[in-house]
Design a protein around this ligand. Structure first.
Ligand code: SIN
Ligand code: FE2
Length: 198
């Protein structure tokens, strides 16, 4: 795991937020539901890029090229995120998916592995915007000890190599810790490769 605090300065955060708002205008945030139980996740999400990560009761976790509500293809990944990937991913091909999670109020994300991709040789790269998130990261087994990290607006985390399949989650957000997002809350953008290179 690599942690780059304040990789995006305030100006860059404002610009990235504007780009994320354009994505959301085209591909609205939706309320994902868990496989089988159909329970709603507490985050809302959307995506940009050739593929997007979605989940619902009937079909579970998967990547697909279209938005589950609008049926439209996802908007493109903002150029600043493609540049970030080139700078820190250490992987020769561009990201194929950018999942955007929006946390407000009590929203959280339970400990999980990112393992719906066909190939784990590329890292997962995440950018935080807005309110601080209490990130928890452990090892490749759910039982491994975990540590906590406060992810602030502009911070970048890379899960790659040995830590590509590390369990991670967000315990909660700290409301009111940033004024970047006028409505409050936290956006997290994660860049992933989805397919195996041919
Ligand atoms: C995720 O694991 O998809 C999100 C992590 C985060 O919000 O920082
Ligand atoms: Fe994740």
């Amino acid at each position: 795991m690599q942690y780059f605090p304040q990789m995006f300065d305030e100006t860059a955060q404002v610009a990235l937020l504007a780009a994320a708002r354009l994505v959301i205008a085209d591909a609205p945030l939706f309320a994902p539901t868990m496989p089988r139980s159909g329970n709603k996740m507490s985050v809302r999400m959307t995506n940009c890029g050739p593929f997007g990560w979605v989940t619902d009761k009937e079909r579970g976790y998967r990547y697909q090229p279209t938005h589950p509500m609008t049926g439209k293809t996802w908007p493109p990944i903002p150029p600043s995120l493609l540049d970030l990937w080139d700078e820190v991913a250490g992987y020769p091909l561009p990201p194929e998916a950018c999942l955007i999670n929006y946390y407000e109020g009590q929203a959280k994300m339970g400990l999980h592995q990112d393992k719906d991709e066909e190939d784990f040789s590329a890292p997962v790269l995440s950018v935080s915007l807005g309110d601080t998130g209490l990130f928890r990261v452990g090892g490749r087994s759910r039982q491994d000890p975990t540590r906590k990290l406060e992810l602030k607006s502009g911070d970048v985390v890379v899960l790659g190599g040995e830590d590509r399949l590390a369990y991670h989650g967000i315990d909660r957000i700290l409301p009111g810790t940033s004024d970047l997002i006028a409505e409050g809350g936290r956006l997290n953008l994660t860049l992933r490769r989805v397919t195996k290179p041919k």
